[in-house]
Design a protein around this ligand. Structure first.
Ligand SMILES: *Cc1c(COP(=O)(O)O)cnc(C)c1O
Length: 402
C-alpha cells in the first residue's frame, strides 16, 4: 500500500491511525476462499479493532462477528451484521450481558465454565428462551506464542477440559432451555505454527464425533482466531494449509466451520503515525520523543511487542536510540535500541502493523484525547473517528464537581 502519511498529517493532524480497507478486503477474501469447500463463517473478532466503519466494511463482505462483551455485540448489530452471524465469547459474562444476548437472539454463546452454563440456563429459563450453546474447550496445547496471548493451556483461565465439556453437553441435551449447537476452541494469538492448531482441532473434532455417538449433534465447529501477521520477519501460516488442516478433520460431519480472526484481518492494514517533538541525549543514550504515546498504542509496553518503525525523512545519519512518548512512565516506549536517522521537529514517524489491538486498547491516561482514525479505500481517505477533545474527556465528570 502506498499511503501519503504527510498529506493525512496535514489534513487530520497527528497522531492518527490509518487503515487500508482494501487490505482488509484482501485478507477476508483470502480466508473465506480457503474454506470454499465447506460451509463456513468468518466471524471477525471485534476486539482487535472495533471502529464501527471497520466492522461495517467487514459486514459488507459477509463477515460475522465474534464479540467479548455485549457492547461489541451491539456494535456488530448496529452496522448490519445479522444476529445469526454473531457469537458471544469470554470467561466472565455478566448476567445482564447474557440476558441481552438471549433477547437479541444471536447465533450462540461460547460458554467457558460449568458455572456459566448454569447461569445461562437459569437466565434462559426466566426469559422463556432456548439458549444456543457452544462450549469452549481448553485442549491443553501450547500455542508457542507470547505467554500473555496464550490461552489454550490448562494454566490459562480459558475454556474447560474435555471431561467437563462432555458433562456440560449432556446437561445441555437434558435441558429445556439449552440447545448445544457448537464447539469452540481458541488457543492463542499471533500463531505462526500450524501444528498446535492441528492438534487442538483434532481434539475437538474427536469430541464432536463422541457426542454424535450419543445423539448430541452439533452444527458448528469454531476453531477460534489467532492467525499471526508480520511484525518483523515472521513466517506465517499459509491460509490454504490452515483451512486444509481443519477441514481434513471434518470428514463425514455435517458441520459449518467458524473461525474468528481478529489480528489477521486488520493488523497489517493499520499504521500509527506520530510526529517528532524533540531529540535528546541523557549520558550517551539518545531519545527520540514523539507526540504519540503508550496510551495510544500500548503493545510495546504491555507485551514488549515489536513494531517496525520508519522515520519519514531523507536523512542518512543513523544511530542507536529509544523511540518514546511524552507519558510519565518508563514503559512509555515504541521501540528500544533501534537505529533511526537524525530527526527534526515535526518529522513523521510511521509505526507499522498497528491495526489490531492498537486503538482498541488505547486510553485517556495523562488526559490525552484518543487519536483520530482514518480509512483509506480506493485511494480515498475519510475520517472514521474524530480526535477526542478536552471537552470529550471531561464530559462524564464535569456535572459532578461540587
Ligand atoms: C481475541 C480472540 C480472537 C481473535 O484473536 P486474534 O489473535 O486477533 O485473531 C478470537 N476468538 C476469541 C475467543 C478471542 O478471545
Amino acid at each position: 500500500m502506498s499511503i501519503n502519511f504527510k498529506e493525512l498529517a496535514n489534513k487530520y493532524q497527528t497522531p492518527y491511525y490509518v487503515y487500508d480497507f482494501d487490505y482488509i478486503t484482501k485478507q477476508y477474501e483470502e480466508l473465506k476462499g480457503a474454506f470454499r469447500a465447506r460451509k463456513s463463517l468468518i466471524a471477525y473478532a471485534v476486539k482487535a479493532n472495533s471502529n464501527l466503519s471497520v466492522i461495517k466494511h467487514l459486514a459488507n463482505l459477509g463477515a460475522g462477528a465474534d464479540c467479548v462483551s455485549i457492547g461489541e455485540v451491539k456494535r456488530a448489530l448496529k452496522v448490519g451484521i445479522p444476529a445469526y452471524k454473531i457469537i458471544f465469547s469470554g470467561v466472565g459474562k455478566i448476567d445482564e450481558e447474557i440476558k441481552q444476548a438471549l433477547e437479541l437472539d444471536i447465533l450462540m454463546i461460547n460458554v467457558e465454565s460449568d458455572a456459566e452454563l448454569n447461569r445461562v440456563e437459569l437466565i434462559a429459563k426466566e426469559l422463556g428462551k432456548i439458549a444456543r450453546i457452544s462450549i469452549r474447550i481448553n485442549p491443553n496445547i501450547d500455542p508457542q506464542t507470547h505467554p500473555y496471548i496464550s490461552t489454550g493451556l490448562h494454566e490459562n483461565k480459558f475454556g474447560v477440559d474435555i471431561d467437563t465439556a462432555k458433562r456440560m453437553y449432556i446437561q445441555c441435551k437434558n435441558s429445556e432451555n439449552l440447545d448445544p449447537v457448537g464447539m469452540h476452541c481458541h488457543i492463542g494469538s499471533q500463531l505462526t505454527q500450524l501444528q498446535p492448531i492441528k492438534e487442538s482441532v483434532k481434539i475437538i473434532t474427536d469430541l464432536v464425533r463422541n457426542l454424535k455417538a450419543i445423539k448430541i449433534e452439533l452444527s458448528f465447529v469454531d476453531v477460534g482466531g489467532g492467525l499471526g501477521i508480520v511484525y518483523k520477519d515472521e513466517k506465517l501460516i499459509d491460509t490454504n494449509e490452515y483451512a486444509q488442516s481443519i477441514l481434513e478433520n471434518m470428514f463425514g460431519l455435517d458441520i459449518t466451520v467458524v473461525c474468528e480472526p481478529g489480528k489477521f484481518m486488520v493488523g497489517n492494514a493499520g499504521t500509527f503515525v506520530t510526529k517528532v517533538l524533540y531529540e535528546k541525549v541523557n549520558g550517551n543514550k539518545r531519545f527520540v520523543i514523539v507526540d504519540g504515546a503508550m496510551n495510544d498504542l500500548i503493545r510495546p509496553a504491555l507485551y514488549n511487542a515489536y513494531h517496525r518503525v520508519e522515520v519519514l525523512n531523507d536523512n542518512q545519519e543513523f544511530s542507536d536510540c529509544n523511540l518514546v512518548g511524552p507519558v510519565c512512565e518508563s514503559g512509555d516506549f515504541f521501540a528500544k535500541n533501534i537505529k533511526l536517522q537524525k530527526t527534526q521537529h515535526n518529522d513523521l514517524v510511521a509505526i507499522y502493523s498497528a491495526g489490531a489491538y492498537g486503538f482498541t486498547m488505547s486510553s485517556n491516561y495523562n488526559t490525552r484525547g484518543k487519536v483520530a482514525e482514518i480509512a483509506i479505500e480506493n485511494g480515498k481517505d475519510r475520517l472514521i473517528r474524530r480526535r477526542e477533545t478536552f471537552e470529550d474527556i471531561i464530559a462524564l465528570e464535569e456535572e459532578f464537581i461540587k
